[in-house]
Ligand binder design. Structure first.
Ligand code: HEC
Length: 145
């Protein structure tokens, strides 16, 4: 039992610390997001001045069959937002068109890949969304033990 608790603590600590450690790397998508996107995009509803990440990522997964296609569309959109290309026309009328971002291609790709991975099918329907999710992956395992 002690061992299990220890393992959970370690994995909790590891998952808590990992993003901080990784943000040192230039191409960590989450760090790119925090620096360049989080001022407008929250991860979870309610929105700031743009649609939150999780519902957007869910839409991308509905619309694109592969990560490659989704990431390609997103990276192109971030460079040159276009309401005819928007995956959610309502978002454009509600929030206005997103301003173009002048980030290096590698960062656009990294952040788009990270964004795509934020997909959470359990949150698709909009209610009771995701408490306790996303803060430390792996916590769920501990609760069951
Ligand atoms: C100044 C505010 C602002 C910033 C900064 C911003 N966004 Fe947006 N974003 C918006 C708004 C507003 C929309 C909704 C309208 C639209 O789709 O153009 C949007 C839409 C989107 C979409 C949907 C695109 C689609 O295909 O329809 C994605 C994905 C996105 N943002 C990702 C990002 C990422 C990643 C970053 C950082 C690299 C970022 N945004 C930075 C305001 C912002």
């Amino acid at each position: 039992m002690k061992k299990i608790i220890y393992a959970c603590m370690v994995s909790g600590i590891a998952s808590g610390f990992l993003p901080a450690v990784m943000s040192a790397a230039a191409l960590d998508g989450e760090a790119v997001f925090t620096r360049n996107c989080s001022v407008c995009h929250s991860i979870y509803p309610p929105p700031k001045s743009a649609p939150p990440v999780i519902p957007l990522a869910n839409r991308y997964h509905q619309k694109f069959a592969t990560k490659e296609q989704g990431v390609a569309h997103m990276a192109a959109y971030l460079k040159k937002p276009d309401k005819n290309q928007a995956i959610d026309a309502q978002a454009v009328s509600r929030f206005g068109l997103m301003p173009a971002l002048t980030l290096p291609d590698a960062e656009l790709k990294a952040v788009s890949e990270w964004f795509w991975e934020q997909y959470n099918p359990a949150m698709g329907r909009g209610r009771g969304m995701g408490r306790g999710w996303g803060m430390g992956r792996g916590q769920g395992q501990c609760i069951n033990q």
